[in-house]
Design a protein around this ligand. Structure first.
Ligand code: ZN
Ligand code: ZN
Length: 359
């Protein structure tokens, strides 16, 4: 039984999770408090939390903006245990999901359209400062207090462990497909990288009825791409002949790779007016020859999550089409080993922590 309602006299919520203490990124048990459940808040008993590659970067301060101690985790699924007086979207007992952000200014143009992820004052789910100065802590913990507007309803019919990664990986691939009109049956989509994001991208694109080619450096992934995820074709990006044969055939490409790599060959794969959408964040600046872009009226774009209604729409679409991530469910104690394996891309295809049963 959760003790989420126990706390100090101010109503603060006692919480227990695993935190990184410094840029070694090593996680260890950590007791902390969360804010009292306000009028617009819900409290979740966290059931599952996915391990996103971003968690690894933040735990090790790769972006230079980490605040320690830090409880990572922004692919959160939990059971609602408390609702504030003004909460209309959730009832106690509902299953809710929380992704990469838990606050924003509420008044800018992005916020007014529900795209708080692009608000200049967006508050990350962990390692960020709230309006009241407190530091946010993520989902590698037993509970979460969150504004109802930053949570979505998860249908109870969904398998919850493999649904958790949809809150970040899922919306990160779904949103740009919608935004760029890449939902039409018959369009040809390239997906670069068959990892946590890539495998979910293939599933959504196939559900939209698109033709999907997985582009990877690893020929060993061909069988899974075609047979497990239903991709139509597989292209080994180091094979010059295969690249040449596919020149000018794709309406768009989703590039999920964070490692440094050349995007020039990808631009060649696009049809005229094709779009290359970057979802990974290589550390090195990209090098691009402008002329192939000009001559083909091609576009390079970026994307980082989705809007409030869009996340709910994505979850509902996933429920309807039986889309979830392929996951390896782990215990909380395994998290440091999981991080090491994640760094080597040794996971099929997302780690998810069984928080409720193992913390
Ligand atoms: Zn993420
Ligand atoms: Zn805003």
């Amino acid at each position: 039984m959760s003790n989420v309602l126990a706390g100090s006299e101010k109503g603060e919520v006692s919480a227990y999770g695993w935190a990184a203490r410094d840029d070694s990124g090593i996680l260890s048990p950590f007791h902390f408090t969360r804010r009292a459940n306000g009028d617009n808040d819900i409290t979740l008993e966290i059931l599952y939390c996915g391990i996103c590659h971003t968690d690894l970067h933040f735990a090790r301060n790769d972006f230079g903006m980490s605040i320690y101690p830090m409880v990572p985790g922004h692919e959160i699924v939990g059971k609602v245990t408390k609702v504030g007086g003004k909460v209309t979207k959730f009832s106690v007992g509902d299953i809710a999901g929380v992704g990469g952000s838990v606050g924003s200014c509420g008044s800018c143009s992005e916020c007014s359209e529900g795209f708080y992820v692009y608000c200049p004052k967006m508050i990350l789910t962990y390692s960020a400062r709230c309006h009241d100065g407190t530091v946010t802590q993520g989902g590698y913990s037993d509970n979460l207090v969150v504004d109802q507007n930053f949570a979505v309803l998860i249908p109870k019919s969904m398998p919850l462990a493999s649904t958790a990664p949809l809150l970040c990986a899922g919306i990160t691939v779904y949103s740009p497909l919608k935004y760029h009109g890449l939902t039409e049956p018959g369009l040809h989509l390239g997906v670069v990288g068959l990892g946590g994001l890539g495998h979910v991208a293939v599933k959504f694109a196939k559900a939209f009825g698109m033709r999907v080619t997985v582009i990877s450096t690893s020929p060993s992934k061909k069988k899974e791409a075609l047979e497990r995820f239903g991709a139509d074709a597989f292209l080994v990006s180091r094979d010059q002949q295969q690249l040449q044969d596919a020149v000018g055939t794709m309406d768009a490409i989703i590039d999920t790779v964070s490692a440094n790599h050349s995007i020039q060959p990808l631009i060649g794969l696009l049809k005229t007016r094709g779009k290359l959408i970057l979802l990974g964040g290589p550390a090195k600046p990209l090098e691009v020859l402008a002329m192939p872009l000009l001559l083909g009226r091609k576009m390079i774009a970026g994307s980082a999550g989705g809007g409030r209604e869009e996340i709910q729409e994505m979850i509902n679409f996933a429920a309807k089409h039986n889309i979830t991530a392929d996951v390896e469910v782990i215990s909380m104690e395994y998290v440091n080993t999981a991080m090491e394996r994640l760094e080597k891309n040794d996971v099929k295809y997302r780690f998810v922590i069984d928080v409720a049963n193992t913390i």
